[in-house]
Design a binder for this molecule. Structure first.
Ligand SMILES: NC(=O)c1ccc[n+]([C@@H]2O[C@H](COP(=O)([O-])OP(=O)(O)OC[C@H]3O[C@@H](n4cnc5c(N)ncnc54)[C@H](O)[C@@H]3O)[C@@H](O)[C@H]2O)c1
Ligand SMILES: O=C(O)[C@H](O)COP(=O)(O)O
Length: 630
């Protein structure tokens, strides 16, 4: 790290702490009073007017103290509260305050009575804290402030900093316009608008640099920090209208997230993916080798769905890109839809409904059956197939299943040794096989002919699994009594016009790939996948990655963590460890997982490292990706 002759001037309220201390004090002192909410709102309003320079600071202070109705004893409680409200990235970077203690000042228009005890824990002594002081009456009530203090006056920070006459480059870090004015007046050299707790337009627009957290400030200044790369610099692109919670979860963790409502074409994605670290998609976006080659910064692809065949998993692995999905979140939604469709098909409900929409009353029991006692054939007894088995039995259906893998029967379900056995016995066949390309036209003319006459077919798996022209013929001839189709060999990227040969056929339920599209499923996915992404980005965990060696790791305290992804060739670990030994690195933990193509090694070391070691590790032959976490 480069140490330059600089002085760092921090604001206190909404910068070192997440809150405005006087607002918190007001919340406390007005507790239980009937007009509390109005008074607190009034105090906040006055605070903001002062911060943005709309009224003079002295005026703002006078007005607030009058409204506060506070006592000396309240200040201890306030300090206890403020201790819990230190800004997250400030608390995470105590090391900076320890190491640069002599160069750090606090200039605040708040009050020393509560600032001193808080910043003392960050190694900033009272004589480097410049702030106001309260006036108390003889009973200890706060009745005013020291009016002779420059910080009680309009733009007092300018005068305060001028009087300090600090050497070297002076950098101011604060959330308000009243911090910026020190830079405007030419006394400070740089102003960092600190937006971790509050984003004030006026301050941000004038800043030399906007720092969404202390990590960014430390990164820009090449100072010691808790994480090597600020999270706000990690760009996440979420396509295909993933649930808004995903945006919230990832933004809250500090990442820069962009949401796009639809899928992108390959050409669009090739452009858009440049500089992106995390790409979130659903089933429509094709992550091809061309996209992966253009993705110069890509670390992770999150599939916010079950299927992952839209991603070239092998190529992603070779590029060191880890892929996660949500294998369970939408399974229940698909199962419920299948149950509904079984009943709708066996009662011919859609045909009757369409007739009535067209003005035709047709009360009849022809071709309408209960599902109780009927045979359901489930093809693909995985996460969805098994749940469907249990629910269908609860409705009184007899369940048969067929799977290429050896799967244990749930309940009274009966296993079929061949697909033909299953097809020949089922009144309804429901397809739940995976998205393996080998399953193309899995149900074609031959298989349809093996089905019972008038049986029903449901496909909620993948469109290419069913030979559509063969199905259309069978529906027209009556060989198949009805079908429910949710997935198609080609599906549009965006909502709008769509054509299929299945349109207009009786007793055919057509849905636009919505098996997993429920609020519950999408909400669950929006927490499941971001958690996997954050675990990987923040600690290197690859548990449940679909294309990568899995490693589960604890978050290390007081250690630095290096992540190294390499081609799995003999001797590479020895080479990595030679480099670490050469730079005298003490390894406190090392974890390796490999598959036939790549090796993923995580090394924890217990002391500061020199940048040369990073260069040397990056240069180890066969390195695919190297990343320092903290
Ligand atoms: N319509 C939707 O919105 C929607 C939603 C979720 C999942 N899906 C799709 O549903 C399908 C099933 O999902 P899942 O989570 O149950 O998957 P899963 O991987 O848990 O189960 C799939 C099962 O199919 C079996 N299988 C694969 N090929 C087979 C074959 N040729 N013959 C017999 N069995 C075979 C596998 O052995 C496995 O047991 C997937 O294709 C998935 O993409 C669709
Ligand atoms: O793979 C899946 O989970 C389903 O096909 C649902 O995909 P979707 O998220 O694009 O609806």
């Amino acid at each position: 790290m480069v140490e330059v002759a600089r002085k760092y001037v921090f604001d206190f309220d909404s910068t070192l702490t997440q809150v405005e201390a006087l607002d918190v004090l007001a919340e406390m002192t007005l507790q239980g009073k009937s007009n509390k909410d109005e008074v607190v709102a009034e105090i906040q309003h006055i605070t903001n007017l002062g911060i943005d320079g709309e009224i003079s600071f002295t005026e703002s202070l006078e007005k607030r103290i009058k409204l506060l109705d506070a006592h000396r004893d309240d200040l201890d409680r306030l300090v206890t509260e403020l201790r819990k409200k230190i800004s997250k990235s400030i608390a995470a970077n105590k090391e900076f305050f320890d190491k640069f203690s002599d160069d750090i000042y606090v200039i605040s228009c708040g009050f020393k009575e509560f600032i001193d005890p808080i910043v003392a824990e960050y190694n900033i002594p009272p004589d480097r804290v410049y702030a106001n002081t309260f006036k108390f009456d003889e009973d200890g009530n706060i009745v005013g402030f020291d009016e002779t203090n420059v910080l009680a006056t309009h733009n007092g920070k300018i005068e305060c900093l001028k009087r300090l006459d600090l050497d070297g480059e002076v950098q101011v870090i604060g959330d308000g316009y009243s911090d910026y004015v020190m830079r405007e007046a030419g006394i400070a050299d740089k102003f960092f608008a600190y937006t971790e707790n509050v984003h004030r337009e006026k301050a941000a627009n004038n800043a030399d640099h906007v720092a969404p957290n202390l990590d960014e400030f430390l990164f820009v200044n090449d100072l010691p920090r808790n994480i090597s790369y600020p999270k706000n610099r990690i760009k996440i692109l979420l396509l295909e209208n993933v649930h808004h919670d995903a945006f919230e979860n990832l933004s809250e963790d500090g990442f820069s997230v962009e949401l796009v409502k639809h899928s992108l074409t390959e050409e669009e994605l090739v452009e858009k993916v440049k500089g992106i670290h995390v790409l979130g998609i659903r089933s429509k976006t094709q992550v091809t080798p061309k996209v992966l080659d253009a993705a110069d910064k890509l670390l992770v692809v999150g599939a916010f769905c079950i299927g992952t065949k839209q991603i070239d998993l092998e190529y992603a692995k070779k590029r060191g890109v880890v892929v996660f999905n949500a294998p369970y979140s939408n399974t229940r939604s698909v199962v419920e839809m299948a149950i509904g469709q079984i009943i709708m098909l066996m009662r011919n409900i859609f045909t009757r409904s369409t007739e009535l929409h067209q003005g035709q009353w047709n009360k009849t029991a022809a071709n309408a059956h209960e599902v109780r006692g009927k045979n359901l054939g489930i093809v693909g007894y995985g996460n969805i197939g098994k749940q469907l088995s249990v629910l269908a039995e609860a409705l009184g259906m007899k369940v048969y299943y067929y799977d290429i893998e050896d799967k244990l029967a749930l309940g009274n379900a009966r296993k079929c040794d061949t697909l033909e056995d299953l097809l020949s016995v089922s009144d309804v066949v429901s397809l739940h096989i995976d998205d393996n390309k080998a399953n193309k036209n899995f149900i074609g003319e031959r298989e349809i002919n093996q089905m019972r006459d008038g049986a029903h077919l449901i496909n909620l798996s993948r469109g290419f699994v069913v030979d559509i022209p063969a199905l259309v013929d069978a529906l027209k001839s009556g060989k198949i009594g009805g079908a429910a189709i949710d997935v198609y060999p080609t599906e549009p990227r965006i909502n709008g016009a769509f054509e299929t040969e299945l349109q207009g056929l009786p007793n055919v339920i057509l849905t636009p790939h919505i098996g997993g599209s429920t609020q519950e499923a999408q909400k669950d996915i929006a927490s499941f996948v971001p958690n996997k992404i954050m675990n990987y980005i923040n600690s290197g965990n690859t548990v449940d990655a679909v294309n990568f060696p899995n490693i589960r790791l604890p978050k290390q305290q007081n250690a630095h963590r290096f992540l190294h992804i390499h081609k799995n060739v003999p001797g590479i670990m020895a080479h990595i460890n030679e480099v670490l030994a050469k730079y005298d690195m003490n390894i406190t933990g090392q974890y390796l997982s490999t598959d036939s193509d790549v090796g993923y090694v995580i090394t924890d070391i217990d002391k500061d490292y020199d940048k040369e070691v990073m260069k040397a590790l990056r240069n180890v032959e066969h390195t695919i990706k190297f990343r320092v976490l903290y």
